[in-house]
Design a protein. Structure first.
Length: 565
C-alpha cells in the first residue's frame, strides 16, 4: 500500500507539471464517460431493469392476428378471450384490460384520472398485491355488481391524504358512486403505454375498475369487437412458443364455430417485455454503440498523446531502470498514471452524466419511450461508470505501459540526448493509432450523414397537414353531466365556436384522433353494388371522426369535391 501511495504521488506530480496535457485528457474522458453513462441510465431503465412484477419473464401479451397478414396484431374480443382462458393449459392465469380515463370528485375539484377497466384476474396474473384492502374478485367482475374501484398509491396520497380508513369509502365518479376496496403499492403504474395503445395514457395510471363482463348479458360485446389487451402468465414449464401453438389450435376451432366473425383470425403471443420496449430497443442500442465509438476514439487519441509524452520521458524511465527499477515497477508506474487520469476523468464524467441525464430525459428522448419515469442514478449506473473508467484507463494506458515494460536503456538514453525523438517502432505504432482513429471517425461520420439525409428527406415530405402554429388539447366530457348524446354534441359545438372566436385563432376543430399519435379507429370497407369481399381479403381501413373546422385548423387541402359542413 505504501508503494502504491508513493507511485500515486509521483504520478500526480507528473500530471501537475503538464497542466495542458492533463486538462485535455480529463476533458476528453469526462465527455466520453459522461455521454456513455448518461445513455446507459436510459438503457438500464428501459431495457435491463426487470419489470416491477414477480417473475416478469413469464408474462406475455396475447393478440389476435390474421392468417392473411403475417405479423399483424389486434386487440382481443371479450368472447374470444373467455374461450382462450377456459381452454388453455399453457397459461397459469389470464387477465385483460381496456385503458381509459375517469373523472373523480376530488377534495377541491373534479379530477381526470388515467387508469383502466380490468378483469378480476388481471392483478392475480401480475402477482401484485395491494397495500390496503383487496383486489377484485369474480363477484365484482360481473354485470350488475356493486360498483367498486381500486386506487393508485399516488392518487390515494393526493386526494385522500393517505387516509388508512379509505377502504369502504364512497367516492363520486362521473357515472355514479363507487366504493373503494383497495390501494395499490407505490410505483405500480399499469397499464404502461404499449403497442397499439399510442398515447392513450399520457400520465400515470392511478385508478382501476372491474369491466363487469357477462358473456350472456344483453350488453355483452360480440366477437367482432376487438378492444381488450390480454395479459397471460405462463404455467410452470411452459414456453411462449408452446402457449402460442395451443392458443392457435383454440383459435382454429373458434374459426370453424364462428366463421362470420372469426374466419381468418388466429393468435399471436409476445413476451410482455418485448411488447413494452418495442422498436425502442434497436434505437437505444444504436445510440449506445455510437457514444461507445466516440469514447473509443477518445481512448485512441489519449493513447497517442501518452505515447508522444512517453517518448519525451524515455530518459526518465531509462535512469530509473539504471538505478534498479524493475520492469514491473516501470509498468506499474505507467498504469498508475493512466488510472489516475481515468479516475479524475471518470469522476468528472459521472458529474456530467448526472447533469446530462436530466436534460436527456426531459429534452432529447421522446416522452413516448416506455419506462422513462424509471430513469435514475442507481448503483448499477454508478458501477457501470466506475467500470468503464477503469477499462478506459487500461485501454489507453496499455500502449505506453508496454513500452515502459521493455526498456532499451542505451537507445533510450541516446534518444534523450537527441531531444526525445521516437524510434521507428514508435512511429509505426502511432501511425496505427491514427489509422484506427480515422477509421472509427469515418464510421460515425457516415452514420451521421445517413441520418441527416433521412432527416432532410422527412422534412421535405408533404405530410398533407401543417404543424406550425397548431396547438392541441384533449377534451373529455363527464358522463354524469353529459349523459345525453345531444348535450355532448351541443357542448362540443359551442366549445369549437368559442375557441375559434378567440383572438389569434384562425381556425378550430375537433377530431377523435390526431395524426401520428398512435390512436386509430378501424372498420371494414364494403363498396356499394360490389360483391362482399372474402374473409381472407383485407378491406380494413382507418377512419377519423372530425368536425367541419378540423381541415382548416390542420391546413388539410381538399383535392376534389368539398369538406364537411
Amino acid at each position: 500500500m505504501q508503494t502504491l501511495l508513493q507511485e500515486l504521488r509521483i504520478a500526480w506530480r507528473g500530471l501537475v507539471r503538464v497542466p495542458g496535457f492533463t486538462i485535455v485528457v480529463v476533458l476528453t474522458l469526462a465527455l466520453g464517460i459522461g455521454a456513455n453513462t448518461a445513455i446507459f441510465t436510459v438503457v438500464n431503465a428501459v431495457l435491463l431493469r426487470p419489470l416491477p412484477y414477480e417473475e416478469p419473464d413469464d408474462l406475455a401479451v396475447i393478440w389476435e392476428t390474421r392468417h392473411s397478414r403475417p405479423g399483424y396484431h389486434m386487440f382481443a374480443s371479450p368472447p374470444n378471450f373467455a374461450d382462450w382462458r377456459a381452454a388453455t393449459r399453457s397459461f397459469e392465469s389470464m387477465g385483460a384490460f381496456f385503458a381509459r380515463d375517469f373523472f373523480l370528485a376530488g377534495r377541491d375539484e373534479t379530477v381526470r384520472v388515467h387508469g383502466a377497466l380490468v378483469t378480476h384476474d388481471l392483478f392475480e396474473t401480475l402477482r401484485v398485491r395491494p397495500v390496503l384492502g383487496r383486489t377484485f374478485d369474480a363477484n365484482d367482475d360481473r354485470e350488475g355488481a356493486a360498483p367498486v374501484l381500486m386506487l393508485g398509491h399516488g392518487l390515494w396520497q393526493r386526494e385522500f391524504a393517505g387516509a388508512q380508513d379509505v377502504i369502504g369509502q364512497t367516492v363520486q365518479m362521473d357515472d355514479g358512486p363507487h366504493t373503494v376496496i383497495g390501494v395499490m403499492p407505490p410505483g405500480f403504474d399499469f397499464p404502461p403505454p404499449i403497442d397499439l395503445e399510442g398515447d392513450a395514457l399520457p400520465g400515470r395510471a392511478d385508478l382501476w375498475r372491474p369491466f363487469g363482463y357477462d358473456p350472456g348479458g344483453d350488453s355483452a360485446p360480440g366477437r367482432g369487437a376487438h378492444f381488450w389487451t390480454v395479459i397471460g402468465r405462463l404455467a410452470p414449464g411452459a414456453t411462449h412458443e408452446a402457449a402460442e401453438t395451443e392458443l392457435r389450435a383454440v383459435a382454429a376451432r373458434l374459426e370453424q364455430e364462428f366463421p362470420g366473425t372469426n374466419e381468418d383470425w388466429s393468435v399471436l403471443v409476445e413476451p410482455f417485455r418485448q411488447v413494452i420496449v418495442g422498436d425502442v430497443r434497436t434505437a437505444l442500442l444504436v445510440l449506445f454503440g455510437a457514444v461507445g465509438a466516440v469514447l473509443l476514439i477518445g481512448c485512441v487519441n489519449i493513447a497517442n498523446l501518452l505515447l508522444a509524452r512517453s517518448t519525451g520521458r524515455q530518459r526518465e524511465f531509462a535512469i530509473r531502470a539504471a538505478l534498479g527499477a524493475g520492469r514491473g515497477a516501470l509498468l506499474r508506474q505507467a498504469l498508475v498514471e493512466s488510472q489516475l487520469l481515468a479516475a479524475i476523468g471518470g469522476l468528472a464524467g459521472l458529474l456530467l452524466a448526472w447533469w446530462g441525464t436530466g436534460m436527456l430525459v426531459t429534452r432529447v428522448v421522446p416522452a413516448t419511450v416506455p419506462r422513462l419515469a424509471e430513469v435514475s442514478f442507481d448503483p448499477v449506473v454508478i458501477t457501470f461508470a466506475v467500470g468503464i473508467a477503469i477499462l478506459t484507463g487500461l485501454l489507453f494506458g496499455m500502449v505506453p505501459a508496454v513500452r515502459a515494460f521493455r526498456p532499451d536503456l542505451v537507445e533510450w538514453l541516446r534518444a534523450g540526448d537527441r531531444g526525445g525523438e521516437g524510434g521507428g517502432g514508435h512511429g509505426r505504432l502511432r501511425s496505427m493509432l491514427v489509422i484506427t482513429e480515422v477509421a472509427l471517425s469515418l464510421v460515425l461520420l457516415v452514420g451521421a450523414a445517413l441520418l441527416f439525409n433521412s432527416f432532410l428527406a422527412i422534412r421535405g415530405e408533404d405530410a398533407g397537414y401543417t404543424v406550425e402554429r397548431a396547438l392541441t388539447l384533449r377534451v373529455s366530457l363527464p358522463a354524469s353531466s353529459y349523459s345525453d348524446e345531444s348535450r355532448r354534441v351541443q357542448a362540443l359545438r359551442e366549445l369549437e365556436e368559442r375557441v375559434g372566436a378567440l383572438p389569434g385563432v384562425a381556425a378550430a376543430g375537433f377530431a377523435l384522433d390526431i395524426p401520428l399519435a398512435g390512436d386509430f379507429q378501424g372498420t371494414s370497407l364494403i363498396v356499394a353494388d360490389e360483391p362482399a369481399p372474402a374473409a381472407s381479403e383485407d378491406r380494413s381501413v382507418n377512419f377519423g371522426l372530425v368536425t367541419p373546422g378540423w381541415f382548416d385548423a390542420m391546413g388539410i387541402r381538399v383535392l376534389e369535391g368539398r369538406g364537411f359542413t
